[in-house]
Design a protein around this ligand. Sequence first.
Ligand code: DAH
Length: 328
Amino acid sequence: MREQALAEVADATDLNALQALRVRYLGKKGELTRQLKGLGALPPDERRAAGASINALKEELEDALKRRREALEGEAVARQLESERLDVTLPGYGYPVGGLHLLTRVTNRLTDVFRSMGYDVVVGPELETDAYNFQKLNFPDEHPARDTQDTFWTEDGRLLRTHTSPMQVRYMLSHAPPFKIVVPGKVFRNEAVDATHEAMFHQIEALVVGEHITMADLHGAINQMARALFGPETKTRLLPTYFPFVEPGAEFAVWWKNPRTGRAGWLELGGCGMVHPNVFKAVGYEGVTGFAFGFGLERLAMVSYGVPDIRYFYGGDLRVLRQFRGEL
Ligand code: DAH
């Protein structure tokens, strides 16, 4: 029995088999237990020696079971470690890192410049009323200047704003002067789409209102912005023109040397002027003056970064977008 039991323990391949052997030999009804119980039937002079040898075998078997169990457990741990093997020196998988869109970067650049000049940055709704987009900006019904800003209308008579200027009205109606604000945002026009025209584009608008604000302040602000953007040598010019909500009104341009092409020239940026008295009347302001200016971001971004077609901005083509992930 000893040899058979020890051989079976040595051959056991898992913990369940070991447990079954323990029950079979050492359990309450196990074979060794049965033999111990049978000692009483032996003649007294044989009992002692038989008892000793049964107990010795019991210990030997317990010891063998224990060692076999430890060996099996060790093998299980080794198998698990092997199956979970992880080489932490492998290069690993890279996750793609996104970046800011070129127009977002240009917007951030501009709002940084204006913040450094003491302006607050505010935004307004893209869906506007006729009153804010036109009427209160001194575009009466049937005014021919409306023709230059055809847009998309909702059935209830609202429209996608054609410029960021309506935020001038909204801000003045809810704030008291003096203040300096800039308003970046999307604007919409009914355009025949081509390389330089889109039905959606971006503008940034500035409005400064207070006592004794003059056209010299306007030109100074434009100079300061242009020099922050393009360097201290930059010049600007104002050419008289008409916008309903300013008087006098002007278009402004920046003389700059494009670092990308090395060429210098006038870059027509946008419109500007002194806030029209009718606009102040529409918002209930008295005893103040102010200036405003506004311009589009796409053209600035296109000439600055050599983007040949405005549609690239919104096409979602990663080959385009990836080129502008780095620092501006
Ligand atoms: N809102 C005008 C446009 O979209 C641009 C503009 C002109 C804005 C003159 C101004 C301004 O603030 O004073 O064409």
